[in-house]
Design a protein around this ligand. Structure first.
Ligand code: ADP
Ligand code: MG
Length: 239
């Protein structure tokens, strides 16, 4: 079943059209990766799905229901950005608990969920630290943990590893892949311009070019049968 459907989705900023008619399904539980050159509209597409930007025309459906006008907080999504955006004055526990607190969850429930997410990400020992007392990799884990705690049906990642050094990028990437397996039914939509990340994480890859979908397929399909030189160039296969 398709969890997220985009139908002729367009987005303009003033007279400048950035997303030029995107049609695609993202299946329930799927790990979908958006790749494409800088400025092709990856972040914008993610922000449209999140509801952080309004769609100019077209339809966006979650589980068959139109969500064009549904507020971001009611879409059941959690977003992890490239910069960690943690609250500097709150410790790790409070950072992770904040969303649940806002939605009125009870103390015991919050504690249980935060501890479970912290264990998943191996940050249990850091719960009383402030963000500035953490490394970049640890901060990004907290940001991911904060998303997990909210128990979303869809995770959106916008280049979550690009601020990390090479070694941390690899370990955090493995962590995200493990997370997807562990959480089971969560749908993940992940933006990157890193081809290795795309190839190793994705169930399917969507190659974007200048606001349109150039090709969607499994990593192997794109590698073996790129539909254009552009895709071949991006995926790294000889065409
Ligand atoms: P990507 O994430 O693929 O690098 P973006 O989605 O961030 O690309 O941006 C796509 C295009 O849309 C860029 O040309 C960018 O300058 C433009 N853009 C993004 N957000 C806005 C905005 N709020 N106002 C005007 N232009 C924007
Ligand atoms: Mg971007």
């Amino acid at each position: 079943m398709a969890n997220i459907e985009l139908r002729s989705v367009r987005k303009s900023f003033g007279a400048f059209e950035v997303i030029k008619g995107v049609d695609m399904d993202i299946r329930s539980g799927e790990f979908m990766v958006f790749v494409g050159p800088s400025g092709c509209g990856k972040s914008t597409l993610l922000r449209l799905i999140a509801g952080l930007e309004d769609i100019t025309s077209g339809q966006l459906l979650f589980d068959g229901e139109r969500v064009n006008d549904c507020a971001p907080s009611r879409r059941g999504i959690a977003m992890v950005f490239q910069s960690y955006a943690l609250y500097p004055h709150m410790d790790v526990f409070q950072n992770m608990a904040f969303g649940m607190k806002l939605s009125g969850a009870g103390r015991e429930d919050i504690e249980k969920r935060v501890k479970k997410a912290a264990a998943m990400l191996q940050i249990e020992k850091l719960l009383d630290r402030l963000p500035r007392q953490l490394s970049g990799g640890q901060r990004q884990r907290v940001a991911i943990g904060r998303a997990i705690v909210r128990d979303p049906r869809v995770f959106l990642f916008d280049e979550p590893l690009s601020n990390l050094d090479a070694a941390l990028r690899v370990s955090t990437r493995i962590e995200i892949a493990r997370l997807h397996k562990e959480i089971g039914n969560a749908t993940m939509v992940y933006v990157t311009h890193d081809q290795v990340e795309a190839m190793t994480l994705a169930d399917r890859i969507c190659v974007l070019r200048d606001g349109v979908v150039e090709q969607i397929g499994t990593p192997l399909e794109l590698y073996n049968h790129p539909q254009s030189l552009f895709v071949a160039g991006f995926i790294g296969s000889p065409k």
